[in-house]
Design a protein around this ligand. Structure first.
Ligand SMILES: [Fe+2]
Ligand SMILES: [Fe+2]
Length: 209
């Protein structure tokens, strides 16, 4: 793609992500016969808050992967990021649908999260393929940990949310190992810490807003 095409493709991604028009290419891992009525109101609210956080994470994943694809000139890395972003768009569609099923909404701050993550992705992408892949590997590793913590917190009766989070966790682990296999650099400890703090700010806020 030419430079202009790539910028237009990014703009298209931003609009689709924020308007919720992504359709999953893989079927949702949630069981079809989920008994929603079994969730008490308090459990439903907790599930919705956690799935809203996860939806924000996927909004950020779209922004990060698309910005990094735009910022790198390495064709192999671009293909790898595009493939991961396709998995992330399934996650985006599944978490959004689950929020609707739980009668709740996505974060009001999604445009802000998208813009912030896009800026970080552009910066990481400009630092070269090894750093860019290193950023992906570390992000996906932290997301994997975060999703593990959600599996511990989601109500046991919420089979649908749990199945979605479990599948996302498997995909994120694969994205991390693929990035490492492609030559990801190990990021400095202060950068990893800064990423952790930024993620904490995002998850704490998205739980409520
Ligand atoms: Fe994801
Ligand atoms: Fe991922």
């Amino acid at each position: 793609m030419s430079g202009v095409d790539r910028v237009l493709s990014c703009a298209d991604n931003a609009l689709r992500t924020l308007s919720g028009t992504y359709v999953a290419s893989r079927s949702c891992p949630a069981p079809v016969d989920t008994a929603e009525a079994e969730l008490a109101p308090e459990q439903r609210r907790l599930s919705a808050a956690l799935m809203r956080v996860n939806h924000v994470g996927e909004v950020c994943a779209q922004a990060l992967y698309n910005a990094q694809t735009l910022a790198t000139d390495d064709a192999a890395v671009q293909r790898q990021f595009e493939a991961a972003a396709r998995d992330e768009s399934d996650h985006l569609a599944w978490t959004r649908r689950r929020l609707q099923e739980l009668d709740d909404r996505t974060s009001l701050l999604n445009p802000l999260w998208y813009a912030g993550a896009f800026g970080i992705g552009l910066l990481a992408g400009r630092l070269g393929p090894a750093i860019s892949l290193g950023f992906v590997a570390e992000t996906e590793r932290q997301v994997e940990e975060h999703l593990q913590s959600h599996l511990a917190r989601l109500p046991a009766a919420d089979h649908a949310s749990r199945a979605i989070v479990q599948r996302m966790l498997e995909d994120e682990a694969r994205h991390a190992s693929e990035a490492r296999a492609a030559g990801a650099a190990e990021l400095p400890a202060p950068v990893k810490l800064a990423m952790r703090l930024a993620a904490k700010l995002m998850t704490r806020t998205a739980h409520h807003v």
